[in-house]
Design a protein around this ligand. Structure first.
Ligand SMILES: [Zn+2]
Length: 275
């Protein structure tokens, strides 16, 4: 029952994530439209014929499958990205619910994953990591880990947030002083700080290493489809953070160890990439 509830919650929040992915960057880039275009207005509609979606057409995943990926009225195809985001979000929630039985640990982790998914899609498309998501994510991570229901203790969380921010900030300034141009955006530092705040000091070395590998992969994939030479670093950092979270849950004993004895064996983790 717990699994089913969290899976359905995941699909519904995935559906809301689609709204955030589509609208938040447009609202940020066009501040003049704030009153007529935000997360609430206009109501969800088909971009082809402007038909406002009814309750049945808003059911995550099933409505897209039922309509075979097309609008009922104008037959315009509906992007496969929408059901994909819903499904991905639902599967992440299901996986967390499967391994983490404590709801006060599982539900914040689920919301953390949704935030990473939203940031991934927004940054990939717009090269933008909105403060409206990264900064609350940072404070919520510190608060949650300080509450005793988090995955690490408060000292690890504060250390992670600080190291996460400063490591990318230093790389940015070195690059800027040497090359006289900007190698990455401020959003990357804030995201990295938030990831450290959620996953701890020990996670940063892995996130930066795996994030760099994923970044090169993303750059290579983008090059195949367009002449765009830029690398959105947000999706790479988020992907690395999800891998690390998977490690914490599967290997770190998050799902089985009693809370008081949750002492993650991270000192021995990834010996090859410890600096
Ligand atoms: Zn339509």
């Amino acid at each position: 029952m717990y699994l089913l509830v969290l899976f359905i919650l995941g699909l519904c929040i995935g559906s809301f994530s689609n709204v955030v992915i589509c609208r938040l960057p447009v609202a940020i880039l066009n501040p003049g439209m704030a009153k007529t275009f935000n997360l609430k207005v206009p109501r969800s509609h088909c971009p082809g014929c402007l038909h406002v979606l009814g309750a049945l057409e808003l059911i995550p995943l099933l409505s897209w499958l039922g309509q075979r990926g097309r609008c009922c009225y104008c037959k315009q195809t509906i992007s496969v990205i929408y059901p994909l985001v819903e499904l991905l979000n639902g599967v992440l929630y299901l996986a967390i619910a499967f391994f983490v039985s404590e709801p006060l640990t599982a539900i914040p982790l689920c919301l953390f994953c949704s935030a990473l998914l939203i940031l991934t899609f927004i940054d990939y498309r717009y090269m933008l990591l909105p403060d409206a998501i990264t900064l609350p994510l940072l404070w919520l991570g510190l608060l949650w880990n300080s509450s005793g229901y988090g995955v690490i203790d408060a000292t690890q969380a504060i250390g992670g947030a600080t190291l996460g921010y400063l490591s990318l900030w230093s790389i940015y300034w070195c690059y800027r002083l040497l090359r006289k141009s900007e190698g990455m955006g401020y959003g990357d530092f804030k995201l990295s700080a938030a990831l450290g705040g959620w996953l701890g000091l020990e996670s940063i070395q892995f996130i930066l290493f795996a994030g760099s590998v994923l970044g090169v992969l993303i750059w290579w994939c983008r090059r195949r489809f367009s002449s765009d030479n830029t690398i959105p670093f947000g999706p790479a950092l988020c992907g690395a953070a999800l891998l690390y979270l998977g490690y914490l849950i599967l290997v770190g004993g998050l799902s089985t160890e009693p809370r008081a004895e949750l002492n993650l064996p991270l000192g021995n983790f990834w010996p090859l990439i410890r600096f």
